[in-house]
Design a binder for this molecule. Structure first.
Ligand code: SF4
Length: 221
């Protein structure tokens, strides 16, 4: 039953919105940087920060590892919390270069669960960021959960409000076909729905999921 609902939600969203072409990034390096910079800000600000990195000719993991943290912070200033994010980026790069020779190819053979554990050990890399990197940069079969996923899943009674990140992640992973492209598209469609319709104050009229059973709580997320 839950599996059917999850499938139906996907079909309705895809029918309305079509492919979302995620993740917006030209290279794996850019996807990783974007996933770290997008925490607590909107994508336009991330784009400006990445634009600065490109203009300064440092938009590669190797070059970002080489430049001083202060310079990096200045370049990513438009993304907000730039000192914290520069530190997080440097933490990721330190892990990559000290443990894996700075090579994404060297990471390929690592089992997804082990790689996820490694990423979660990096200071400042939380579950959503780690899973975004795993799915969108490394093509791993990992479902990304965010506040939009939680809100839509709660309102459509897929989960109880006290459900945690790992439970919600497993719910999608266990009830969907094991297909990286599907996981990629589904998350992107949920984000679009959350931004346009399923806001804290829901706009159910005209939402692609309007005809499915749902309840709106009074509090906000
Ligand atoms: S806006 Fe309403 S119909 Fe749309 S996903 Fe949210 S609760 Fe469902």
């Amino acid at each position: 039953m839950t599996g059917q609902k999850i499938q139906q939600i996907y079909e309705l969203l895809f029918e309305r919105f079509g492919p979302q072409h995620w993740w917006p990034g030209e290279t794996k390096d850019e996807i990783i940087v974007g996933a770290i910079l997008t925490q607590n800000t909107n994508w336009q600000n991330v784009e400006k920060a990445i634009g600065n990195l490109k203009k300064a000719s440092v938009m590669s993991l190797e070059k970002l590892y080489a430049i001083p943290q202060e310079q990096l912070a200045e370049l990513i200033r438009p993304a907000g919390y730039y000192n914290i994010k520069a530190k997080r980026l440097k933490n990721f790069l330190k892990w990559l270069f000290e443990n894996h020779n700075g090579s994404l190819a060297e990471i390929e053979p690592i089992h997804t669960e082990n790689l996820r554990e490694e990423l979660l050990q990096i200071n400042g890399i939380g579950r959503e960021t780690a899973d975004s990197i795993l799915l969108y940069a490394f093509d791993r079969l990992v479902f990304v959960v965010d506040a939009y996923t939680y809100r839509i899943a709660t309102r459509h009674q897929l989960i109880e409000p006290e459900c945690d990140y790992e439970q919600l992640k497993s719910l999608f992973e266990d009830n969907l076909e094991s297909n990286v492209k599907l996981f990629n598209e589904y998350h992107a469609l949920l984000v679009r729905t959350g931004k346009e319709f399923c806001k804290p104050k829901a706009r159910c009229a005209d939402c692609p999921l309007e005809k499915l059973p749902h309840t709106i709580e009074t509090d906000t997320i």
